[in-house]
Design a protein around this ligand. Structure first.
Ligand SMILES: Nc1ncnc2c1ncn2[C@@H]1O[C@H](COP(=O)(O)OP(=O)(O)OP(=O)(O)O)[C@@H](O)[C@H]1O
Ligand SMILES: [Mg+2]
Length: 370
């Protein structure tokens, strides 16, 4: 069973969080646009954000990022999904200001990245952010060891410390024995793992991952997902993670942002997206997620009937998949609790419907109230 769903309190807190004031967010993104094409500098003065796609195209502009607005909380795992070309990598690269947004604001730890001096920006990027690029971006003339050591070298860390740390990271990604190879002597998946090791060498606060596991086979992939969650849990890193893999997304994410044509069409927990998709696009995007993996007990309460204080309980954030053995085994009523208080009785029929893959369930009148 996945680690994340045993610890859904964080997922819950991400969902309950109100429009986060700046000082609680690791990242705060406001109305960010990234426009490619002729003279993007004119975009703001031409009232670009108000123009239709057709008008933008007439001016020779392509908006790879459109009005992105979101907050990422400290310690949150924020996943970005969307079809190829929808603007995921562009958005991710704007976050460390590797791509300069055309308009809009971006705050990292309350620092306004558009307005801080370049030297401070470089320092922030170097010391507090780690990035795994979709294209690996390894230094071809350096060995694996020397690639992983590179960020520590830039920081002028002491040589023995550097080496020791790099070796630890190499071991963590399962590449011990490959230290002296060059990238050209590695498979794609191995190169990807070097990129992951390198990005972690500095122990970044903000970890930006662009499809970090796409070149890996399922077993290593699962191991490294677990590793990322472990590191995240122990060191409370803030992670922004792009993936095409829905299972990976629901395993990793506190919240998922779904992108389409440069725009974020919905941000929500996996449960939100499955139960309340904002439109058909999102609904189609998440339709292959088994509802039982994401729907939690608190969404499956009986609307009427007595609360049985003596009944066995399940936690509000347990997923149907997690509590299914209890309801399949017997017909004992279950109470659902949050923070030690009972919030209602579990609707067993609705839960079984979710287990059977039906999500129209929550508002369906229950037949076992009596
Ligand atoms: N330098 C550039 N100049 C012009 N257009 C660009 C540039 N970089 C990206 N684009 C366009 O911006 C859009 C978004 O690209 P981006 O790389 O962000 O997509 P993506 O969602 O990461 O796709 P994938 O899943 O294939 O990696 C695409 O239409 C792409 O062609
Ligand atoms: Mg991409």
């Amino acid at each position: 069973m996945n680690a994340r769903f045993n610890d859904n309190t964080r997922s819950q807190s991400a969902m309950d969080r109100p429009a986060t004031p700046l000082n609680q967010s690791a990242l705060s993104v406001r109305n960010l646009w990234k426009v490619y094409g002729a003279a993007p500098r004119d975009f703001a003065s031409a009232d670009g954000p108000t123009l239709s796609r057709e008008h933008l195209a007439k001016r020779g502009w392509v908006a790879a990022g459109r009005a992105a607005t979101f907050e990422v909380a400290r310690g949150e795992v924020f996943v970005i999904m969307g079809l190829s070309g929808s603007g995921k990598s562009t958005l991710l690269r704007c976050l460390p200001w590797l791509i300069e947004p055309t308009t809009g604001d971006l705050f990292f730890d309350q620092k306004d990245l558009r307005r801080i001096p370049d030297t401070e920006l470089v320092e922030l990027r170097r010391n507090r952010m780690g990035m795994v690029f979709q294209s690996f971006a390894l230094l071809p003339n350096r060995t694996v060891l020397s690639n992983v050591e590179f960020p520590l070298e830039v920081q002028r860390r002491q040589k023995t410390m550097r080496r020791e740390r790099a070796m630890q990271m190499i071991e963590m990604v399962g590449l011990s024995g490959f230290e002296n190879r060059r990238p050209s002597e590695l498979s794609g998946g191995q190169q990807q793992r070097v990129g992951i090791a390198r990005s972690l060498a500095l122990d970044p606060e903000l970890w930006l991952l662009d499809e970090p596991f796409s070149a890996l086979d399922p077993l290593i992939r699962r191991d490294l997902q677990g590793e990322v969650l472990r590191i995240q849990g122990e060191l409370a890193k803030t992670i922004v993670f792009i993936t095409h893999d829905l299972d990976e997304a629901i395993r990793m994410a506190d919240r998922i942002a779904i992108m389409k044509d440069g725009e974020i069409v919905q941000i929500g927990t996996p449960q939100d997206l499955v139960l309340d998709p904002a439109n058909d696009y999102v609904a189609r995007f998440v339709e292959s997620i088994a509802p039982a993996k994401v729907v939690q007990a608190e969404r499956l309460l009986l609307h009427s009937g007595q609360v049985d204080a003596g009944a066995p309980t399940t936690d509000h954030d347990e997923t149907v998949q997690q509590f299914a053995p209890l309801i399949v085994e017997g017909d004992t009523p279950f109470a659902v609790q949050r923070n030690g208080a009972i919030i209602g009785m579990l609707d067993r029929i609705a839960s079984l419907r979710v287990l059977a893959g039906k999500v129209g369930r929550v508002d369906v009148p229950s037949t076992n109230d009596g």
